[in-house]
Design a protein around this ligand. Structure first.
Ligand code: BG6
Length: 283
């Protein structure tokens, strides 16, 4: 973790090479190692200037997924500095929990004139990472948003990695002008510029062959109906300043979100969105 300034990061250390690192810029989980094996991808060209969104790990998307008429793509949560409200604490079973928060301020209200609070709980278990995002409406009126956990997985060879659990789902193909299609594959392999929003996915999704390639992850999601699968591939990667042009071979984004439909919260209401990512031997 030499690329980060120590005052910017929070480490959850389980021991035996199992640890997670959270960057306060965006409360972005930038690393999760399971017994020494890195599960998440972070670009070697990622920029840690506390301004730009971090290219890798798990950026949080809020209050808008994708292009946003009121502000930056994917909203502001991933480019604001979050507060550490509870330092990493280990419970009697060894699980480590840290809690982060983001509230509206002058800058967020300039873009989106709503009072809100986000509470992000990161919990590291022996074989899993549990991420819970609570959205609270502190405004006098209701608001709408979309949200997503933009998880970048690392892989030695993306063409061997697959996403299981998307069969028969409708998806929007963002590289085909948003065409609505149906997935007919049980295991989705990615071999090209790929940007699809799968709707109403089952609450359990498997990504086979991540990390060293000998590992799969099982994603269990709650209140996140949709799953985005994204890889810019070679040509698009060349246009990205914070992504090495060959890195498309070694990453796959599998992002759980509530993006197809807006979420509405009335004044005083709150809603929790979560994913638990567990590691197991690959299939
Ligand atoms: C994905 C979107 O979630 O994020 C893509 O579906 C987008 O369309 C990608 O290109 C990366 O976005 P950004 O803003 O981090 O470059």
């Amino acid at each position: 973790s030499e690329q980060y300034a120590t005052e910017d990061i929070v480490e959850l250390d389980y021991g035996n090479g199992t640890a997670a690192v959270v960057h306060l810029h965006g409360a972005t989980v930038v690393s999760w190692k399971f017994q020494g094996e890195e599960i998440l991808f972070c670009s070697k060209k990622a920029i840690f200037d506390n301004k730009k969104a971090i290219r890798g790990g798990i950026p949080l998307v809020f209050p808008q997924f994708g292009p946003w008429s009121l502000g930056p793509q994917h909203g502001f949560a991933r480019i604001r500095r979050w507060k550490l409200v509870s330092t990493p604490m280990q419970d009697s079973r060894g699980n480590i929990t840290a809690v982060f928060s983001l509230e509206d301020d002058k800058r967020t209200r300039e873009l989106w004139d709503k009072k809100f609070e986000l509470v992000y709980t990161v919990c590291l278990w022996k074989t899993s990472l549990e991420l819970n995002l609570k959205v609270l409406n502190r405004d006098e009126s209701s608001f709408e948003f979309t949200t997503l956990m933009h998880t970048y997985f690392t892989t030695p060879d993306v063409t061997k990695t697959s996403v299981i659990g998307l069969k028969d789902l409708q998806f929007i193909d963002k590289v085909q002008d948003g065409a609505l299609m149906t997935e007919n594959r049980g295991a989705v392999f990615v071999n090209e510029n790929y940007d699809r929003v799968y709707q109403n996915a089952p609450n359990e999704i498997v990504v086979n062959k991540v990390g060293t390639g000998k590992t799969k992850v099982i994603i269990k999601k709650t209140n996140f109906p949709d799953v985005v699968v994204w890889n810019p591939w070679e040509e698009k990667a060349q246009g990205m300043a914070d992504f090495d042009e060959k890195e498309y071979k070694t990453m796959l984004c599998v992002e759980v979100g509530s993006v197809f439909n807006q979420v509405t919260l009335g004044p005083g209401e709150q809603k929790e969105f979560s994913q638990i990512i567990s590691v197991a031997p690959a299939e």
